[in-house]
Design a protein around this ligand. Structure first.
Ligand code: SAM
Length: 213
């Protein structure tokens, strides 16, 4: 996602109660941060944050953490909270390639990958968030019954991801090649990208991948 550079975005972010400025200090301690033992769900590459903020509102019985690489983008997500403290939501600016800096083994229940950058050139496949090295990272921080939920408009990325999941021993469930026309459409929370692509008539692909067969 490209947004114009916002001068002072990092400083501005610190004013938002949902923003966690030093997330590595919470590795293995996120339950203490949230003050409960509820399951922890993480969205990687949250963009402007509609998906994760909506889920946090709908599901007070779970904790949610939004991770985003770019300060100017996660600032837009933080702005959605209007300076409120949302007890079950945290936002973090970090590179998912270093996810194990943030989470201890088995700390997470679910990881969402929504409309991740497709990196269409073969020489860039390693940057895809479903490349095998990322899947190894995800498995290490997911609980044994944990899983990943993936949505994308990009057929090539979807096929690639299904293969990577299968090769890495993930168990695939609820695969759909047209989410909005499927039984899973009910209760689906649209991301900003999803809304844009579906308005253009593009199909949305989705799967769930469980860490332990
Ligand atoms: N999920 C949002 C949606 O569906 O509207 C945003 C999709 S956008 C195409 C992908 C987002 O992932 C961008 O905001 C980008 O900065 C973020 N991203 C890409 N690589 C990342 C990484 N390694 N760690 C964290 N975020 C990343």
């Amino acid at each position: 996602m490209r947004l114009r550079n916002i001068p002072g975005a990092e400083e501005t972010l610190r004013q938002y109660p949902v923003f966690v400025a030093n997330p590595t200090l919470l590795k293995g301690k996120w339950r203490e941060h949230f003050g409960n033992d509820n399951p922890i769900h993480v969205e990687i590459g949250c963009g402007k944050g509609r998906f994760i903020t909506t889920l946090a509102e709908r599901h007070p019985e779970c904790n949610f953490i939004a991770i985003e690489l770019k300060a100017e983008v996660i600032l837009r997500a933080a702005q959605k909270t209007e300076m409120q403290t949302i007890p079950n939501l945290a936002m973090v600016q970090y590179n998912a390639a270093m996810l194990s800096d943030l989470f201890a083994e088995g700390e997470l229940t679910c990881i969402y990958l929504n409309f991740s950058d497709p990196w269409p050139k073969a020489r860039h496949y390693k940057r895809r968030l479903t490349y095998k090295t990322f899947l190894e990272l995800y498995r290490s921080v997911l609980a044994t019954d944990g899983h990943i939920e993936l949505k994308t408009d990009n057929e090539s990325l979807f096929e690639f991801s299904l293969n990577q999941f299968a090769n890495e021993g993930f168990q695939l469930h609820n695969i759909t090649f047209d989410l909005h026309q499927s039984a899973q459409a009910e209760g689906n929370v649209m991301t900003e990208y999803e809304q844009r692509f579906s308005e253009r008539g593009q199909r949305i692909y989705r799967t769930e991948a469980f860490a332990t067969p």
